[in-house]
Ligand binder design. Sequence first.
Ligand code: PA5
Length: 544
Amino acid sequence: MTVPEKRPENNGAATVQERLVAEVTPLIEQLVAEKVASQLAAGDTTLWGPEAEPEASIRLGWLKAHETSRPLVPEIEALRAELAAEGVDRVVLAGMGGSSLAPEVITNTAGVPLVVLDTTDPGQVADALEGDLSRTVLVVSSKSGSTVETDSHRRIFTEAFAANGIDPASRIVVVTDPGSPLESTATEAGYRKVFRADPNVGGRYSALTAFGLVPSGLAGADLTTLLDDAEATAGKLGSDAEGNPALLLAAALGAAHARGAEKVVLADTGSGIAGFGDWAEQLIAESTGKNGTGLLPVVVENAEAPGFLDAKEDATPVAVGPAAEGVMLATEGTLGGLFLLWMTATAVVGRLLAINPFDQPDVEAAKKAARALLDAPPEETPTPTFVDGPVEVFAPDGLLAEGTTTLGAALGAFFATTPEFGYVSLQAYLDRIADASAIVLRPEVARRTGVQTTFGWGPRFLHSTGQYHKGGHQNGVFLQITGAVTHDLAVPGRPYTLGTLQMAQALGDGQVLADHGRPVLRLHFTDRAAGLAHLVKAVQEVGA
Ligand code: PA5
């Protein structure tokens, strides 16, 4: 992980390491003197100020989840055995953000298969339906019980099970908060099992609760080791000691932010923990990106990726310090321990940044805009500003010079709007399996523009970095990518299809970003493969 921003000339003064230590040490001493670690561990709800207190009072259950979740383990194992005895061993998880990112990391790391549906892409959902339904159990995970993507998956799978002669109720397992609309639906429909989650834990802090454990355990991950590992770390994280790794991490991030660093670049350097960056990305972005401040996580491919390399030159193996220099920090440990370390550090960063790390005030705006577009769809299909081969370009007024007709020229003009030390956000509303090669765009754009660049799959990122983009530092520029749908899927009982929902989510979020005064350029691939190839080529020509 690095925290690079601008890098001043080295004037031969103190070394990076010395300056880092000089800035972080007093912050750690302050956290120790204020007993922040022990108070957090004891569930003190006042740590984030009076405004955050009501929310904090119902959001600190994660601190003890490694203990309170223990009784779930035999329940999950029993259900897994029961299902296996019926020949049901394929687990599909419908869940967004905090309801799917942790299970994805846990199962990928354990090497056990889990099909994660956190998309509205019709092709991706259709592929999940193509799997052997006679062996499939669908886990519907939603804390609120009202998330539109997850509800759509539940409806589509219910119909598909029935169409294949399978009783849907016998194949649907629910994880939700007590009293949610999903709980009522599950009870009415007689679903196989309902796991009622701890309501005192928010989505992105729920890795060690039913949301992380049920899908992972049903898929075959070792839950006891995960909880044991978290427990083994918990004591250290609750101690008011200068060596407490959560305080070190929080102080490093806090000190970097105080120096003007807004980005945390996350790279895996061979940890064997697959997808941890995506999980940490959500935790950091949604927890800190609000009130015009925060840390933007930039998940990069590896330690050689553009955006990470610059910082590495000045780095020491475990260093903390001013972001202006670009400094590398390393965290290591077990998955259970790292979950708890990063959650604790993020909560402490919330205190240092004087924000409430448990709410997500700007996520709702995009949901509302998408809903409005679904309720009253535009009468006419929007007309592109121009079309370049398989790519339709939708540019905001004033972005492009008159007569612009090539994608390369449009991209050049668009990237040039990035403010100093700002960032480019690539948002692909595509199929993250079939269109997976779109991820090559991130390093390519970062390399060509020299600007920190994030990549998110839509609508998945709306439950993650989406909060930061609207609530954090307002210096991003947003390139949306949408694609033609060849086989759309109806959402049973709803007046929309998955394809229209996906497009409404893109257009709705684009509208909210534009309302924030941010530049948004949308590219629509009329042919996905050809469109992507054309875009990659155009990006490679930027600045050439
Ligand atoms: O961290 C959060 O609160 C969010 O990312 C949620 O996890 C996400 O929006 C899904 O919400 P729900 O579990 O209510 O469906």
